[in-house]
Design a protein. Structure first.
Length: 202
């Protein structure tokens, strides 16, 4: 396993997961999920997304992968990152600056996946990335700094937190699939992943 992978299983209690989900459900009413698409081909992602914070991640055929300050559909500013998430970030990472983006990925069913990739759209690779899983479990794959080479798989369950710092920050990773129906947290099943990130260089 690449250095810098930190796994905190069952970090959030069931009650904390429910509270966080309740807050997210409210936020999604005015800061909705949208379907990003691949640069150049325009092929839609199988994962729906939205963001909170000063910087939100978007992707479309014409503009490619990027961060921007407003929602691509509503054109409004992203809502702020919930306080609870900012405290988790400070408690677990100890990083001296707060995250600028909370990217929300929604995996609706077993067909939703995220192919092996690196997160390279940020300007600051010194800051860690923190990931929170809610709802159905997922098979997370983590490799190294080259696309080829060995990978290790970890099942991420609801309430688990993963921190990718150091070398792991730039590692290849992806979600093979979720285990649809493995959690009762989301009423229609599926999985939500929240990633907290720094985007700009401070
Ligand atoms: C390793 N999300 O949003 S979270 C992503 O579960 C992303 O939705 C996956 O990959 C998900 O970009 C995996 C764990 C994660 C997040 C960011 C990373 C692992 C990472 C950045 C660098 C290395
Ligand atoms: Fe990623």
């Amino acid at each position: 396993m690449i250095p810098g992978f930190e796994y905190h299983p069952e970090y959030l209690s069931r009650k904390e997961q429910e509270n966080l989900l309740g807050e997210i459900r409210e936020m999604i009413k005015t800061n909705p999920l949208f379907q990003p698409s691949m640069p150049k081909t325009g092929k839609p992602f199988s994962v729906a997304m939205t963001s909170f914070g000063s910087h939100g991640w978007v992707s479309d055929k014409a503009g490619g992968y990027r961060y921007q300050s407003s929602h691509p559909v509503t054109k409004r500013s992203w809502l702020p990152i919930p306080e609870k998430l900012l405290s988790i970030w400070s408690d677990l990472t100890g990083y001296p600056e707060l995250p600028e983006c909370c990217l929300l990925n929604y995996y609706k069913d077993e067909k939703a996946k995220m192919g092996l990739h690196r997160d390279q759209d940020e300007q600051d690779f010194n800051a860690p990335v923190l990931s929170i899983s809610l709802g159905d479990s997922a098979l997370f794959r983590l490799g190294g700094l080259k696309r080829k080479g060995p990978t290790t798989s970890t099942k991420l369950n609801s309430g688990d937190i993963v921190i990718l710092g150091g070398e792991a920050r730039n590692a290849y990773h992806g979600i093979d699939h979720i285990l649809y129906g493995s959690s009762q947290l989301l009423k229609n099943g599926g999985r939500i992943n929240l990633t907290l990130r720094r985007v700009t260089r401070s």
